[in-house]
Structure formats: structure tokens, C-alpha cells
Design a protein around this ligand. Structure first.
Ligand code: ZN
Length: 301
């Protein structure tokens, strides 16, 4: 069956530091085509994305809008001269890449643009664990750490986007000598608790280490501390934890217990009574970014 649908189609890109995931979907969010493209030099990666959308158009029809959730830092102010660009990044070759300009010009459709973690937060809001919840925080604990905050149903934005991974935190007693993975900070969350920093501590991998290992004890402390601070700053109704580090079996209950120890009774009774329905796993692990980028596309279609 090769009939070309006349229903509205949407395109989305989850632009990550290691891979770009391109999809097209129908209005219901059903993914019709998907391709994963490695993040290499910008020209190569972007033209491979463009090839995908050319093929998708031939097979399925034209998209009416594109949503991009990108690694950062990026410029999100539509009035800025460099709106839609990736700003100064340690990722070789990518500083100053004009993502929105490239795809607007190639595809000729409206392009909505946000950070990868904000897109994932939107994904959870539209199709995941926080549907119907207008005040929550989504945190990805993967190679890096980032958070998207939805307050009153809207993403929190200011002068630039949140750089939550770089909040400064005290070190755990087991971790005073570890090298931070962040080139800017000796004591930031991403530097001490990201997947990349875990790999720095245990180059052969941490997934096989027991949760009683000092590396995991420190990690549990950092992630619980993060949840305690998010609770006091944003008063969210839920905290959603996603990303590769959270796939470790048994990690979440340990974070719950450490969180309760740290807040020491000073939190809303709903949190204290049922912490397991307050700090929850992502319902869309692995696809929250794409689902959210489709929601971005829908917002401008
Ligand atoms: Zn940092």
C-alpha cells in the first residue's frame, strides 16, 4: 500500500551530542519513519538529516512543521541575532551552528526549537507520566544532567535556558578526592553525578557495582540532594527522573530513602507519605525527547 496520506504530518529531531534521531509522525503522534544519525561534523550530520526528510516526503508526504530538541547551550530568544544557533560548546565543530536556519531553509516549514531536556519534559507532559500535571520537573541523568521545569503548564525560561546540571553541591564524604567531569566547576552536579563522571571514577563501568559501593552511595546522595533542592525551589507536584543512569536496578528506592533522610520531615505531607509517587521514573525512557519534539512541532503547525 503506497497511498500518500493527506493527513497533517509532523517532523521532529532529537539533536543529541552522540546521535540525532529524526522522525516523522501523524497528528496522533504515531511515528511513521525514524532514523538515527551519528553526531559527527555538523555539515555531514545535518545533510544526513535533510536526506531523511527528503525520503520521508517521498514515502509519506509533506510535513507541516518541525520540532527540534537540541543539546546546548542554544539560543532560545527569538529576538536574538543568533536565535536557533548552538552557542559555544566543547563539542568540536558545533559552536555557531544554525540549526533553525538550516532546517527552515531546507524544509520550508515552521520550526520550533528548544533544549533536548525541555523537549523531554514536554514529552512526559503530553504522553508520559505527568499528563494532566502542570507543575513538575523532569531531570535527565545521563551522560550529562539537565532539567526541564514546567510551572503552570509552561516551561520555565529566563535569560537563556536552565543550566541545572551546573548547580553547585557539597561533596559526599566518600567522594572528596574524585575528579569533577565538568571543565568549569569542581563541585557541580553534572561534574560529580553524571554518567560521564561515574565512568571517570570506574572506567570499567558502574552498572555491575553493587549499590553499597562507595561510588553508588555518593551517587544516591547527590541525586537525593538534587531532588530535595528541586522540591524546595519549585514545589513541584512530581519529579520525573530519566536518562541512562536511572536504568540501574534498585537505584530509585535508594534515592527515595536518602531524599526522606535529607528533607528530615520538612516537606509537603503528600511527599512524605508517598515519596514513590512523587519521585517517579520516566514513562518514556529513550523516546521522551522525540515525543516532546513532536509536541513542539505541533505547537507551530
Ligand atoms: Zn559544571
Amino acid at each position: 500500500m503506497n497511498s500518500i496520506s493527506t493527513a497533517k504530518l509532523l517532523g521532529a529531531i532529537e539533536a543529541g551530542g552522540t546521535k540525532f534521531i529524526c522522525v516523522i509522525a501523524n497528528e496522533a503522534g504515531e511515528i511513521l519513519m525514524r532514523r538515527t544519525i551519528p553526531t559527527e561534523q555538523p555539515q555531514k550530520t545535518l545533510s544526513a538529516c535533510d536526506d531523511f526528510f527528503v525520503e520521508a516526503k517521498l514515502r509519506c508526504g509533506s510535513i507541516s512543521a518541525l520540532g527540534i530538541g537540541s543539546f546546548g547551550p542554544i539560543e532560545l530568544n527569538p529576538n536574538a541575532n543568533d536565535y536557533g544557533y548552538i552557542k559555544q560548546t566543547p563539542k568540536p565543530g558545533w559552536s555557531g551552528t544554525n540549526l533553525v536556519g538550516f532546517f527552515s531553509q531546507k524544509l520550508g516549514v515552521p520550526v520550533a526549537f528548544d533544549t533536548d531536556v525541555n523537549a523531554a519534559a514536554l514529552g512526559e507532559h503530553t504522553h508520559g507520566v505527568t499528563q494532566g500535571c502542570d507543575n513538575f520537573v523532569y531531570v535527565t541523568v545521563g551522560t550529562g544532567i539537565g532539567a526541564g521545569v514546567i510551572s503552570g503548564g509552561l516551561l520555565v525560561q529566563g535569560l537563556g535556558h536552565l543550566e541545572f546540571g551546573h548547580i553547585l553541591i557539597p561533596r559526599h564524604a566518600h567522594d572528596v578526592n574524585a575528579v569533577s567531569n565538568c571543565p568549569f566547576h569542581e563541585n557541580c552536579l553534572e561534574g560529580l553525578a553524571s554518567g560521564a563522571s561515574l565512568n571517570l571514577r570506574a572506567p570499567s563501568g558502574v552498572s555491575e557495582l553493587s549499590l553499597d559501593h562507595p561510588i553508588w552511595i555518593a551517587e544516591i546522595y547527590y541525586l537525593a540532594l538534587m531532588c530535595a533542592n528541586l522540591t524546595q525551589i519549585y514545589a513541584p507536584e512530581k519529579i520525573v527522573l530519566g536518562g541512562g543512569v536511572m536504568l540501574k536496578q534498585g537505584l530509585l528506592p535508594k534515592i527515595h530513602a536518602e531524599f526522606l533522610r535529607l528533607v528530615n520531615g520538612y516537606a509537603h505531607e503528600r511527599i512524605l507519605e508517598k515519596v514513590e509517587s512523587y519521585i517517579v521514573p520516566s514513562a518514556l525512557d529513550g523516546v521522551a525527547g522525540v515525543v516532546g519534539a513532536l509536541a513542539l512541532a505541533r505547537s507551530v503547525s
